[in-house]
Design a binder for this molecule. Sequence first.
Ligand SMILES: Nc1nc2c(c(=O)[nH]1)N[C@H]1C(S)=C(S)[C@@H](COP(=O)(O)OP(=O)(O)OC[C@H]3O[C@@H](n4cnc5c(=O)[nH]c(N)nc54)[C@H](O)[C@@H]3O)O[C@H]1N2
Ligand SMILES: Nc1nc2c(c(=O)[nH]1)N[C@H]1C(S)=C(S)[C@@H](COP(=O)(O)OP(=O)(O)OC[C@H]3O[C@@H](n4cnc5c(=O)[nH]c(N)nc54)[C@H](O)[C@@H]3O)O[C@H]1N2
Ligand code: SF4
Ligand SMILES: [Mo]
Length: 747
Amino acid sequence: MKRRDFLKGALYGTGGTMIALGGFGTLTKLDPKKAAAAEQDALSTVFSTCEMCTSRCTVALKVKNGKVVKAEGHPNDTSTGGSICARGNAAPSLLYDPERIKKPMIRTGERGDGKFKEVSWDEAYSYITEKLKNVQKQYGGEALAVTSRVNPNDIFFRSLARAMGSPNMFSHEATCPMTRTVALEATFGNPYIGADYGNAKYIITNGRNFFEGIHVPMVKGVMKSISNGGKLVVLDPRFSVTAAKGEWVPIKGATDLAFIMAMANVMISENLYDKEFIAQYSVGFDKWVEAVKDKTPAWAEQETGIPKDKIVQITRDFAKAKPNCLLEYGWRTPWTGNDYQLRRAIMIVNMMMGNWEVPGGYFRKKGAALLKPYPELQQYAKSLGGGMVQPAFPKPVKGRIDGTGVKGTPGQVIPVPDGAVGQIPESILTGKPYPIKAWMVYRFNPVISMPESERVIEAIKKLDLMVTCDVYMTDAAYYSDVVLPECTYMERYDPMIDNTGLTPKFQIRQPAVSVVYPDTKPAWQIFKELGEKMGYGQYFPFKDMEEYLTKQLAAAGLTLAEMKEKGFWVPPGMKPFFMRGKDPKAPAPTATADQKIQIFSEELEEATKQGIPEYKHYPQPENGKFRFIQGKVAVHTNAGTHNVPVLNELMPTNTLWINSVSAGKLGIKEGDSIIISAGKYEHKGIAKVTEGIRPDSVFTYHGFGRISPKMTRAYGKGINDNKLIPNELGEIGNVVSSTTFVTVRKA
Ligand SMILES: Nc1nc2c(c(=O)[nH]1)N[C@H]1C(S)=C(S)[C@@H](COP(=O)(O)OP(=O)(O)OC[C@H]3O[C@@H](n4cnc5c(=O)[nH]c(N)nc54)[C@H](O)[C@@H]3O)O[C@H]1N2
Ligand SMILES: Nc1nc2c(c(=O)[nH]1)N[C@H]1C(S)=C(S)[C@@H](COP(=O)(O)OP(=O)(O)OC[C@H]3O[C@@H](n4cnc5c(=O)[nH]c(N)nc54)[C@H](O)[C@@H]3O)O[C@H]1N2
Ligand code: SF4
Ligand SMILES: [Mo]
């Protein structure tokens, strides 16, 4: 599909695609209604769940003569309003991309030579099995690490590791929201907390960039808030698209916690918080009062660069909107080593506003268990069941390489399903605490997504076995021994997707067409077949995904046929439910043992000796150095879509944003070739000279500068941010992405 057709498709989509396409062209002269009506006649519709990113929007795939010709939003989904974003719209471009991997492959040359032979699935499974059995014999099952971006097939992927006796299972989360997860677990007992943006009257965000880090229902919510006259304040060293929709407060990077503590200081000294709420629903507030008593706006001005009067004014206005106000908790959150304390402080200040379980506030996601105490809601309480019952796995002989789960250490609070993925290269290269010898990655590209690309590659080169399961010959696949081609989401079933928010919500992912490349397969099938080859068939007790889905749905009294037809299920007639919606004194228990909000966290006190957030001062760039920050762009997903034809055409490369005054001092002009240097690593790039960034910071969009020549469109284009960022593990094992300093010079 060419760019023009793609844009046409985007316009004909039921609305919101314009959000992401804003600024890309003149798209106004067509009569979308007429054209769409004519096209609908010839099309059939298959409802599914988008996987162009992992926000899981419901979609309607339009199929004509056995081909997916268009992806649209699901017209009946009120959370998306029937919209999808530009990336969602580009799904057919991925589906029919001739550069997808089409057959399993085994490396024939040296790692990094790019020489592979195509093999049968059986050959690929046999090769992996033999290597893994050797690793197990020589080093023990724990020498296998598996990593995937969180997704519904993890249960099958992880079964391989469990069956081998390995505890080393990781998600990507330490590179993304793990510090927030830890903060939510410590404060509320679990991380399943959402925000009601649409009804908020005042939103403050520290970095969270709603309009480029897209989640369609959130975009809709924030737009609704603004349209209703709500205020949006954006603290970001850079003028993001979100900053353009509100008031931009260009905060110094890595100082956000100072701003939040000063807000609390003002709220306490000026009596702006909800004392009754704090007394009824929380524990430990006195310790917070103590912690922020010297965190005055004057102090915070020194740290953040935001004038003290501005801090006071924002705090007063924000508090006036209570409880319908949100201090955004963030999404990609690894700004600093102690970022989890920033996320904790953000939630504590939120709770000072009493914005818990009310419209325009934070809420617990309303799965069936939460509806139980409410007789009037019983009719809506349904849960998915398991698709299979697995026998017990062998108990791992050794603990995890990252210390996850070890009491009395920071590992105690690292979420067990996630772990600290940054530890994998360290374990391989240093042998501490013991070496990983085999690494399998699925829907995850550590070479570009994790800090210090060259160190990750160096680590991969030391392995006995590296396996990648992806849709493209990614940078990680390029250095792998075996590459397993998954088919795209449009060609497969996945296990049920639970997308519960203010009401329960279950979504299906189902094939719209049969596989385009006959030697690609769904991940569940790949891992089941590989498991069987390895002698672990007992852990995969199901025939196929239809059987699996039928069992999952039966537990909720739903059928596969109705799910296929409707695409998703929400309890018919159920209204968004807030525990304090009708009565501000109603019980609103958290998932903690005492069911209260933990302003002081005993658990964090035990794990990190920081039961209450403490400020940590990070150095600011001096002597011609800049803070190096990164972020998402509307038309690409992380490091996942840069080779998708239409998205590559929309944005083939990135630039380095540099402030015009700073650039002037260095003699750098718009479009100049530059060298960015971070000590031992250097990267070429192109300068974007702008006033939309602090003079002490530079910025680039993430996911470019690709290393694998087999993705010809994305290869070598732009800056790979992770080449420049060292692999530093934060206090609770998160990666750290906003504390790297660089220098910039003309090339
Ligand atoms: N279009 C699109 N949508 C996406 C994605 C995508 O790749 N593309 N990815 C999805 C994923 S996985 C995620 S996690 C979310 C991410 O969504 P967001 O969390 O909104 O993520 P980023 O774009 O990483 O936001 C980074 C912003 O924080 C700023 N920043 C950097 N350091 C600091 C700091 O120290 N303080 C402050 N205040 N700001 C700082 C950067 O300048 C940037 O504008 O988006 C999701 N949605
Ligand atoms: N410096 C820096 N580093 C970052 C970020 C940053 O802003 N700055 N962002 C961080 C964030 S927020 C995140 S979430 C991570 C994301 O990093 P990753 O978890 O690696 O996620 P993606 O890049 O979205 O996609 C990973 C892979 O999934 C593949 N894929 C897509 N669809 C399918 C499919 O159907 N099947 C299979 N098997 N594979 C598929 C894509 O081709 C891609 O190679 O990166 C993090 N890394
Ligand atoms: S935000 Fe866009 S790419 Fe992500 S799931 Fe939704 S439509 Fe798909
Ligand atoms: Mo992310």
